[in-house]
Design a protein around this ligand. Structure first.
Ligand SMILES: NC(=O)c1ccc[n+]([C@@H]2O[C@H](COP(=O)([O-])OP(=O)(O)OC[C@H]3O[C@@H](n4cnc5c(N)ncnc54)[C@H](O)[C@@H]3O)[C@@H](O)[C@H]2O)c1
Length: 323
């Protein structure tokens, strides 16, 4: 199959590109490189540096590439920017999505997979939330993910595509951008590898469901290519992608500090790493968010394979090699 990955030069998108290539598929990428990087892509993958808000440019890429399926990862993904600039957020996440859906329908794409979010749809939940949990997005970013799924359903029914919305929990791993507000694992890796204390917001008792990037990429590969009864033309299937295991930020920092201390010791750079400092709490941060991915197991035979300890070790090694 030929698959077009939007946002393919980003963190999750580039792992999806790797998984698709390893499974023998042809891949092309659209990315405006606003947060992604060419360096995330293997040589030879066609990269169209295009803003998805530019509908004519998106249509030209689809006409040239004529993909069989689309994996839509490109997004404005800062919650706080969405609060400050809801119009910009909606332009990228709604108008951009519609441009990609229109172009996909125009060349007869059979499947469309969309990066949705369990975190912003379900809000504060102390037990893993199934897909049937009523959506209650509070930020403009969350609203665009919810609206995005509705557009996806409309295009699936109108144009005969099989559509899948994957509702990720908190994704982490190699290539995540450590300079944003999200991506706590990447941010802590950067700090600790520089020998500096990690800053924990508030009391750190914020529970999240951390899932490893390449595991999420495998979910996308299956959603794009698996021949399974639930993924059918004219149907939207929404699936949670996470582990259902909760870890708070204090536990996460302690685990990562132990991993990085061991890594530095083995490299002959062993020295004690400073304990974390606590900064102000971030207004609006959810206390707990977990997703139940049972349905992804039933529909796609997907299960997370990398434990948090193993994933943190691989991520720390990746950042250490570039520190
Ligand atoms: N990282 C997470 O924990 C998480 C959780 C839930 C959902 N998601 C969703 O997963 C997707 C990928 O996120 P990520 O963590 O890999 O982030 P990322 O920032 O690394 O990837 C997004 C990519 O999209 C590109 N992009 C942004 N705006 C664009 C535009 N207007 N036109 C073309 N390309 C554009 C960026 O350059 C980047 O390469 C996003 O849709 C995000 O909302 C991520």
């Amino acid at each position: 199959m030929k698959i077009l990955v939007t946002g393919g030069a980003g963190f999750i998108g580039s792992h999806i590109v790797d998984a698709l290539l390893a499974a023998g598929h042809a891949v092309a990428v659209i990315d405006d490189l606003s947060s992604g990087s060419r360096d995330n892509l293997p040589p030879g993958v066609p990269l169209h540096v295009v803003d998805i808000v530019d509908g004519a440019a998106v249509t030209r890429v689809f006409a040239a590439e004529r993909p069989d399926a689309v994996c839509h990862q490109a997004a404005q993904m800062s919650v706080s920017r969405s609060v400050r600039e809801p119009l910009f957020d909606a332009q990228v996440n709604c108008i951009g999505l519609i441009n990609v859906l229109d172009a996909a329908a125009g060349v007869g794409c059979r499947r469309f997979v969309f990066a949705s979010s369990g975190g912003v749809l379900y809000g504060d939940v102390t037990v893993p939330a199934p897909e049937s949990t009523p959506a209650n997005p509070v930020s403009p970013y969350g609203i665009t993910k919810w609206v995005g799924e509705r557009y996806l359903k409309f295009y699936a029914e109108e144009h005969g595509m099989a559509a899948v919305a994957l509702r990720y929990s908190n994704v982490y791993g190699p290539r995540q951008n450590p300079h944003g507000e999200a991506g706590v694992v990447a941010i802590f890796c950067k700090k600790l590898l520089a020998g500096e204390a990690a800053t924990i917001n508030g009391d750190g008792r914020y529970v999240r469901d951390y899932v490893y990037g390449p595991d999420v990429a495998r979910a996308n590969l299956l959603a794009l290519t698996a021949d399974v009864p639930h993924v059918q033309p004219r149907t939207l299937t929404s699936l949670n992608i996470g582990t259902g295991v909760g870890t708070d930020v204090n536990e996460l920092e302690a685990a990562l500090r132990g991993t990085i201390a061991g890594l530095l010791e083995r490299a002959g750079r062993g020295r004690g790493l400073p304990a974390p400092v606590h900064g102000p709490a971030r207004p609006g941060d959810l206390r707990s968010n977990l997703v139940d991915a049972t349905r992804a197991g039933e529909v796609l035979s997907w299960r997370p394979t990398v434990s948090l300890d193993a994933g943190l070790a691989r991520t720390a090694e990746w950042f250490a090699a570039r520190a």
